[in-house]
Design a protein around this ligand. Sequence first.
Ligand code: ASP
Length: 325
Amino acid sequence: MKILNALLGAATAVSLFAASASAQTYPERTITMVVPFSAGGPTDTVARLVAESMSKDLGQQIIVENVGGAGGTLGAGRVAQADPDGYTLLLHHIGMATSATLYRKLAYDTLNAFEYVGLVTEVPMTIVARKDFEPTDLKGLIEHVKANKDTVTVANAGIGAASHLCGMMFMSAIETPLTTVPYKGTGPAMTDLLGGQVDIMCDQTTNTTKQIQGGTIKAYAVTSPQRLKIFPDLPTAEEAGLSGFQVGIWHGIYAPKGTPAEVTDRLSKSLQKALKDENVVARFGELGTEPSSEADATPAALKAKLESEIGRWKPVIEAAGQYAD
Ligand code: ASP
C-alpha cells in the first residue's frame, strides 16, 4: 500500500510539474475559442474582434469555432468536456447564467465545470421588426402584437439565448404569449427578419446596428437605462412605456475546469490588452457597446458576475415557469 501511495504521489508530482512547465510556455499552438451560436451573429462578432487582438498578444492564432444549438448550451457543454490545457476556450454571454435555471438537465454543472478568464463587454439589446411590419413605435407594436397574437412570430436563438430572455421579458411585460421561432444564433435569425419570414426579435446592438442604420429593419426601443449615442432618436423601452424593462447582455471568456491558473491569468492579461486595443474600442463603439474595464476582465470578476447573475435570474425564470428539458 505504501509503495502504491508513493507511486501515485510521484505520478501526481510528475503531472503537476508537466502542467506547470507547459503553463510557463503557454501558448505553443493554435487556440480554439468556441462561440455557442452561429457565425455572423452578435456573440460571434464580439468573439472575433477580441480573438484577433488577443492572438497578436499571445503570438498564436485563436480560431473561432461556432457550435450553435440549444440556446448556447451545446457549445458550453463542448468546452466543459475539453482538455483543461488552455487550448479550448468559450466565449458566452448572460445565457451561461440563465440556462443554469432554464434547463432542468444540462450536460455540465455551470458553476463547477469552468475556470474563468474575464468579462468582455456588456451589450444593450434592441426590439426590432422586419422592415414592412406595420407598427411605427413601441406603443403601436404592443397594440398590434396583442391584437394579432396568433400570427405574430418572434425569432430567437433558442432557450437560454439573450434573444430568448428578452423575448420572454417582452411577452411577460405585455402579458401576451407569442409563437417563437428558434435558430442556432441570431445571425441566421437576422437573415430571416431581413427576408420577412419572421416578424420581430429582440437582439443585441452588435447584430442590429448596421441594419437599423441602413433602414433594412425597424427599431422600436433599446433595453439600456439611457439612450445610446449611436441611436439618439431611439427611445429606451422604459421611456417608450415598458416600465422596468432593462437588460444588458454581458459576455465572458471561460476555460474548462482544471485549466492551470497561470494559463487563465495569462489569458486574462491578454484580454485586458485586447479591450484597450484601438480597433476593438472603436468597433465596439460603432456597435453600441464598450469594453469591460481592466478590473472586470479578470477571473475573479467573471466568477462573481456569473454567481450573482444565476441568483438574479433564478426567481424571474421560476416565476415565468418556462423550462427546457
Ligand atoms: N447572442 C445571441 C442570442 O443570445 C445569439 C447569437 O449570438 O447568435 O440571442
